[in-house]
Design a protein around this ligand. Sequence first.
Ligand code: NAD
Ligand code: GLY
Length: 350
Amino acid sequence: MHTVTVSASRPYAVHIGGGLLDRAGELLAGATKSRRCAVVTDSAVGPLYGDRVLATLERAGFAPLLFTFPAGERSKNLSTYGQILDFFAKNRLTRSDLAVALGGGVTGDMAGFAAATYQRGVDYVQIPTTFLAASDSSVGGKTAVDLAEGKNLVGAFWQPRLVICDTDTFRTLPGEVFDDGAAETVKHGLIADRDFLRLLMAGDLRERIDDVVRRNVEIKAAVVAEDEFEAGRRKILNFGHTLGHAIEQLSGFAVTHGHAVARGMVLAARGAERLGYSPAGTLEQVAGAVARLGLPTDCPYGADQLYDAATADKKRSGGTIDVVVLEEIGRAGTVRLDMAGLRAFVEAAL
Ligand code: NAD
Ligand code: GLY
């Protein structure tokens, strides 16, 4: 088992390894005084892993409840969020109890937001079961739901108490869902660690999955420790996300988050290189890395659609938006664009 510590305002451990699911109760018991807990999961993960998680929690002396919602990004909305809160309230969850997010990023973001807001905040634990959630969304404390107007438009920063990642759970992931995690993994290499990127290009991720997840978490934890509330540095984690979110949104969530971010990174690299924010050759390396991991590099939308969707992005602040660009492979920064600048960037990106 690897353990990475996230030094946020509330520090916590991220445990990574095969076989951890059945030890979740014991690991959790050491990290919290709570003994009542509500496990939130989705309709695909619940039948696969719900019983095992309830059993380990019971063995460790917890009294767990289970809430299940229909799997998929389309559930990540105010309606499901409200149902989770109602479930907490009907079961008399109190501030000394615990929420447990068992699933992918949709479950983690939504259960985390419910935990952040129920009775002004209850503790929660992340048990990520997708490569993406393990490598990115379960760490760093961003919680949210989507609105019709855009992704993650309502949310809170609320750090988990603990993250337990059993990499064996990835064995049941459909190939495309696994690949969503590869997109955020490439992102971490591109923005922060050239050597890691080189390693990713060298072989099969699945064969070194524990190490790959660990390095992802280390990279993210270092950025979060520096800038937990995204005043500056943390923005680099959004590389490819402004146009990625736009693609996700425009597709009605038929394009999944990782696949949208993959395309968004290629667009951002092309736009930045053409406008002189990134050195020549950046696009070729970004597109090569994305394609090498089996992810798409094309964009099915035009400039008008992308621009309209991107202006709803929450990274916009008043009349400007900070777009992440690669200063070189392995190092990222941001450029502040006004709306005309964003329009020019989108046109250059296509
Ligand atoms: P997801 O949670 O929808 O999971 C993808 C699919 O895989 C779902 O159908 C789910 O039921 C299924 N699944 C999950 N684990 C499984 C398993 N072990 N075996 C079989 N099926 C399984 O999507 P995701 O890709 O995990 O996460 C995407 C979400 O994460 C997006 O909403 C995105 O905005 C969010 N996100 C958040 C952050 C953050 O910092 N909070 C970072 C990146 C992404
Ligand atoms: N996924 C972007 C962040 O956590 O900041």
